[in-house]
Every structure is written in structure tokens, then in C-alpha cells.
Design a protein around this ligand. Structure first.
Ligand code: FMN
Length: 346
């Protein structure tokens, strides 16, 4: 199988950011010679089909689709926490005078339903986070020469991903915005990007791509110096013209500093880095149901908060360097990153 990196002009990946990245952004980065990442995590087959079709209309260059490979939660074990959380959220809605429906019905579109679609649509690369692809999916995707990119937050996860047959690892440092990819049991690994790269590049033979806080010459250079073969960049692209980010999200991001974000399970039940706000503070110490149950439970509140332009009650995923992000089209941001890459490599 031809490996992925030599097929790109530049080893610059757009983070697949659910709720932010659009087909236009994916095409913008892939057309610029990097790898666009189309987020499909938790989406239905119909929605995924629509997004892939849209992206293919905009570019015939290689792009990756991104899947959530999380384990399913135990509903019975979570029942008590679910009941308490529903009451807690309904009290917030009453207090805010927001009319909403908090009926809870568990449903999650899991990734195996998308594997055939990905193959039929001729997608050439699949990245995944929150776990590993199952053996059947790996076999099917590899039989069609599709490159597999797994996400790791510690050396043990990188080792497991490599042994499952993946072609590349994204090393996600603790600086990164959005959800932690972590899937090994135990304490959450909280390793900064550079020590993480040092560990992972010693552990695996497949290429490692660095993610977390990369946006300028010093951060990009540090990643390559620590053995990365590519960089994956997310927060820096959030304010792109073609992104789904609202005006308020962009404004809050712009005003953020290195201490504006925190790790929280409050909105989804899975650790993620986002801008500190009231809901995160209020849920400190509470028993939060597992992912994706909590994500489903908070959905109505998050949507209501967005529609009322009240960003204290919705997630604003952002990395520790998100405050440096600038506006512009995806192509302009990509050109700037290419310029930085060329400066480093010459
Ligand atoms: C708003 C947002 C949404 C994200 N959504 C996803 C996602 O759907 N799938 C995924 O693999 N990673 C997701 N991530 C994590 C990124 O892949 C990556 O680790 C991160 O953007 C790198 O750090 P940076 O934001 O500091 O550049 C998301 C990150 C952000 C900021």
C-alpha cells in the first residue's frame, strides 16, 4: 500500500473537529497540499454520506474521514447518575426560563455502520479517536488500501494502535483542544506534546503526527525536532471563514489566554479541553454519566444556550494556544502554515 505522507505536498493535517470543520475547510487544506480531516464521529450514515459527497465535489485530493471508536457505556451502571443529572439540568433550564425537552433516550450511531460507506465512496484515509477500530473494520479498510490513523495520548495506546495494524499515530498532547483520545483504563494521561512525542517515537515504528497547541514556527519546529513526521492543527483553524463556529465562539477564543481552558467531563462524560465556564464550575465534584450519555443529556441545554447566545452553558472546545488563532479563509491559514513549514525545513 502506498504510504500516506509521501502522497501529500506538506505533512500538515487539519484536525477533524466535529461541530466546527466543514467540507469547505477539508477541501481547503487538501487542495493546499495537506490532509483535510472530515469529522464523522457519532453521525448517521445519511449525514456522513452527505458530508463525504459534498467534500468530494470540492476536491479530488486525498482527505481523511474521522470516526469515534469509543466503547458503549453500561446504562444500568449509569442510571443513578442519569437521574440526578436530568434533575440538575432541568433546574438550570427553569432558572434560565428556557423551555426544553429533557426526555432521555439513549442512541449513538456507532462507527461500524460507516465502514462500507467509506469504502464505497473511495475515501483513502480514516482517522479514529477514543479507542481502536475492531479487527473486522481494519481488515476491510486495509483490503481497500485505506490508510488508518489512530490517536494516542500515551505510549501504551500508541503501541496498541500500531499492533492493530494502523499506518500512523496522531500523538495528542495535553495542550490539545477538544476531547482526549484516551482509551486505556486508569488515570487520564496528561502528557505534554514534546515528552509524549519523545515516548511514542521510541515505542512505535510507524510515523507519528503531533497534535496539541501547534500554530507557529516555534511550536511546529519543536514537534518536528521531537521526531514528528507531521503536524495536526485544530484550534488555529476554528475562526476560519468557512468554519461552523459562531461569532461569539470566535470572540471568546480571540480573548482567551493560556489559562482560559480546562479539562472537563461536564458536557459529554469524556475528558475534553474547553474554555472555562459556569456549567463546568457547577458540575465540579458531581457524578457525571459516562460518554456519550452525558453528551445526550446536555444536548438540549447546549442548543438552548447557543440559541440564547449564552455561552456559560455550552461547550467551547479550545486548545491552550487557541488565543493565537487568526481569521481568514482556510486557504489563507493553510498558506501561512505552509510558509512556516518551509521556513523550518530549509
Ligand atoms: C473544536 C474541536 C473539536 C474537535 N473534534 C474532534 C473530532 O471530532 N475528532 C478528533 O479526532 N479530534 C477532535 N478534536 C481534537 C483534534 O483532533 C486535535 O487533537 C486538536 O485540535 C489539537 O490541538 P489544537 O486544537 O491545540 O491544535 C477536536 C478539537 C477541537 C478544538
Amino acid at each position: 500500500m502506498p504510504s500516506l505522507l509521501p502522497r501529500l505536498w506538506y505533512p500538515i493535517f487539519l484536525s477533524p473537529m466535529l461541530g466546527v470543520v466543514t467540507p469547505k475547510m477539508v477541501a481547503g487544506v487538501s487542495e493546499g497540499g495537506g490532509l483535510g480531516g472530515l469529522p464523522l464521529g457519532g453521525l448517521s450514515r445519511e449525514k456522513a454520506h452527505q458530508l463525504i459527497t459534498e467534500t468530494k465535489k470540492l476536491t479530488n485530493k486525498i482527505f481523511a474521514v474521522n470516526l469515534f471508536t469509543n466503547a458503549e457505556p453500561d446504562l444500568d451502571k449509569n442510571q443513578e447518575a442519569i437521574d440526578k443529572m436530568r434533575i440538575f439540568i432541568s433546574e438550570i433550564l427553569v432558572q434560565k426560563k428556557w423551555a426544553g425537552n429533557l426526555d432521555f433516550e439513549y442512541h449513538f450511531y456507532s462507527y461500524p455502520d460507516l465502514i462500507d460507506l467509506i469504502i464505497e465512496e473511495g475515501v483513502q484515509a480514516v482517522s479514529f479517536t477514543f479507542g481502536m477500530l475492531n479487527e473486522a473494520s481494519v481488515r476491510k479498510l486495509k483490503a481497500h488500501n485505506i490508510s488508518l490513523i489512530g490517536t494516542a495520548t500515551c505510549a501504551e495506546e500508541a503501541r496498541l494502535i500500531e499492533s492493530s495494524g494502523a499506518d500512523m499515530i496522531v500523538a495528542q498532547g495535553i495542550e490539545a483542544g477538544g476531547h482526549r483520545a484516551t482509551f486505556v483504563d486508569g488515570e487520564l494521561p496528561q502528557i505534554k506534546l514534546i515528552p509524549l512525542l519523545n515516548e511514542i517515537t521510541k515505542t512505535v515504528k510507524i510515523p507519528v503526527v503531533a497534535a496539541g497547541g501547534i500554530y507557529d514556527e516555534s511550536t511546529m519546529n519543536a514537534a518536528f525536532q521531537a521526531g514528528a513526521k507531521g503536524v495536526q492543527i485544530g484550534s488555529y483553524f476554528i475562526p476560519a471563514k468557512e468554519s461552523l463556529a459562531s461569532d461569539t465562539y470566535r470572540k471568546i477564543l480571540k480573548g482567551s489566554t493560556e489559562n482560559s481552558t480546562t479539562l472537563t467531563k461536564s458536557f459529554s462524560g469524556r475528558w475534553a479541553r474547553g474554555i472555562k465556564n459556569e456549567f463546568i464550575k457547577m458540575t465540579e465534584g458531581m457524578d457525571v454519566p459516562d460518554y456519550p450519555i452525558q453528551n445526550i443529556l446536555t444536548r438540549e441545554m447546549r442548543n438552548l444556550a447557543k440559541s440564547h447566545n449564552d455561552y456559560e452553558y455550552t461547550s467551547l472546545w479550545a486548545g491552550q494556544n487557541a488565543g493565537f488563532a487568526k481569521t481568514g479563509t482556510t486557504s489563507q491559514i493553510m498558506d501561512e502554515l505552509i510558509h512556516i513549514y518551509k521556513t523550518i525545513k530549509h
